[in-house]
Structures are given as structure tokens and as C-alpha cells.
Design a protein around this ligand. Sequence first.
Ligand code: NAD
Length: 307
Amino acid sequence: FELERLGVHESVDAVFPPAELTDLLADLPIDVAVVDDDGIDDCDAVVTLAYREAFLELDWIHSIQAGFDRFPRDVLEDHDVILTNSAGIHDRTIGETVAGYLLMFSRRLHDYVANQQQRRWERPEWDDAFTLPGSTACVVGTGTLGSGVAETLGALGVHMTGVRRSGDPVPGFDEAYANDRLLEAIGDADFVIVTVPLTDETHHLFDADAFDAMRDDAYFVNVARGSVVDEPALIDALEAGELAGAALDVFEEEPLPEDSPLWGMDELIVSPHAAAYTRDYFRDVGEIVRENVERLETGAEFHNRVV
Ligand code: NAD
């Protein structure tokens, strides 16, 4: 297709100012402009966070997220709309956020921050704090997020296991398990970290059986998508003391409703779907978009094509 005008949809503003991206891409031999819903008509392609039905008239949608569960892939295919995503850029951000969660739990930092709000000088129990070397983290999904988590935690001395479809060895992981050994893999871990995309196959992958299989002193981390987890089952397991705690960046309903019991639990870290935030986000997205504009010129297949 002919690409003359690329819109940067205003919805990206939730992650970075749209004008940062249009400035970055200003040297491309096409028009790049910030657009709202009314401006979509004038574009051939769009870079976006949100999905709009009006995008079905375009040739190409680039999502600034890695997950594409919110885009109707069948409908896009029927309308001959190409969809590309931003997988491949979140290894370091997510890896560092997950390392932060684990260090908060192991070094009790979340308690000190909570106590400080109330000017309370309170030391932990003698056996609450621990160090990470010698502990095991099981990462479910060994793509960009999983590999970034393995690299960051591996450097902190954590023994890394990974669960993936094939079960074949994968760089950065000390051990790999095939999907059919999920319960065995998570049953062995001090930390279970979810990094799989949300698909029909992974919907509620973490249910009561999974939490049952996990150790009572293990922590659960979800940086993937809320619905990979059966949230009521997680809440039950936490309330029953069948898990030590959890760090959650994503939820079945976002924003997390004010009356969710998750807000008030000890040993529970809530972050607002922001584990991948970085001031460089627009640059990372810009590189993928630039690469694909160049590929379009040379007739090469798009990078990160989903539909
Ligand atoms: P990716 O495409 O690089 O990796 C996904 C991996 O999951 C691949 O290795 C794939 O083979 C594997 N996978 C898919 N289905 C599987 C299954 N049923 N069982 C086992 N493995 C399976 O994507 P990524 O960048 O690592 O992102 C993964 C997901 O994390 C995204 O789809 C998105 O939902 C989520 N995400 C969240 C944030 C955040 O802000 N919290 C940021 C980026 C991505």
C-alpha cells in the first residue's frame, strides 16, 4: 500500500506525549501527525494505544503495546488491515520492575514505606527478611518479558526456571519445562512470574489448581494480563494464607476497582499497569515504526506483524 500520512493517535498520551513521537519521526519521507478520532479519515496508518472501529478503513495499525488481546484480529484480517505490535522492547523495564518487587518482599522495603507514612519505627521479625541468591523464580512465558526477567533476576543470583510450549532450553534460564509440566514447575518455586500473552489458551491459566500447586511461602507476580489469572481464586488463596503474597501490575478490571480486597492486603504490591513505563518508551516504539516504514519502501515483510 501507499503510505502518505501516518497518524499518532492521541490515546498514546497515556504512555507518552504523542508529539514526542511525531518529532522523532519528522525526518521520514511521509506526513506524521498527532490525530484524534476525527483525524483518522485522513490517514493511511496509525500508531495507537486504543482500538477504534474507524481504524478498519486504514492499511496499517501499529500498537504501542506488546499485548494485542484488545484488537479484533479476525475483523482486521477481513478488512485487510495489517496489525503490528511493540513486542521486543519491554525486557529491561519489566525485568527491573519485577526485580524491584522481589527485592521489596525479600528486603521488607514495602513494610518500611508503609510504616513511614505513619511515622512508625518498626523492625521486621528476625526471620522475615532474606536474600535472593539460592531462591528459585519460575517464569511462565519465555518471550521478551520472560527473558528480560531472567536476565535481571539471574544477575541477582536467583535460580531461573522457565515454562514454555516446547520445554527446550532457552538462554538465560537454568532450566526449562514444557507447558504440560506447569504445576510441577511452579510448585518448586519461591517466586512465580507470569509473562505469557492473554489468549484463549492462557485465559485463567492461573486458577485455584495452580495456586494450590504453589508453595504456601511463595510469591506470585503478574506483569502479563489480568485475565491470565482467575482473580477471585487468587484472592481466596491469599486470604487463606496459601500464598505468601503477590505483586500485580495487571488486573481483570482496570483501573482496579476501589472496593477490590487486593488494595488492602499485606504482602500485596499493586502497580497501575505501569511496569513497562520508561521515559524512553516513545523512542523504543519509534524504532519499530521507522523500521517498518523503511520495510514498506523496500517491499520487505513487516517486523512484529500480528495480522
Ligand atoms: P513476546 O511475543 O516477546 O513473548 C511472548 C511469549 O509467550 C512467546 O515466547 C510465546 O511463545 C509465549 N507463549 C504464548 N502463548 C503461550 C502459552 N500458551 N504457553 C507458553 N508460552 C506461550 O511478548 P512479550 O513482549 O514478552 O509480552 C508478553 C505479554 O506480556 C504481552 O502479550 C502483554 O500482554 C504483556 N505485557 C505487559 C506489559 C505491562 O505493562 N505489564 C508490558 C509488555 C507486555
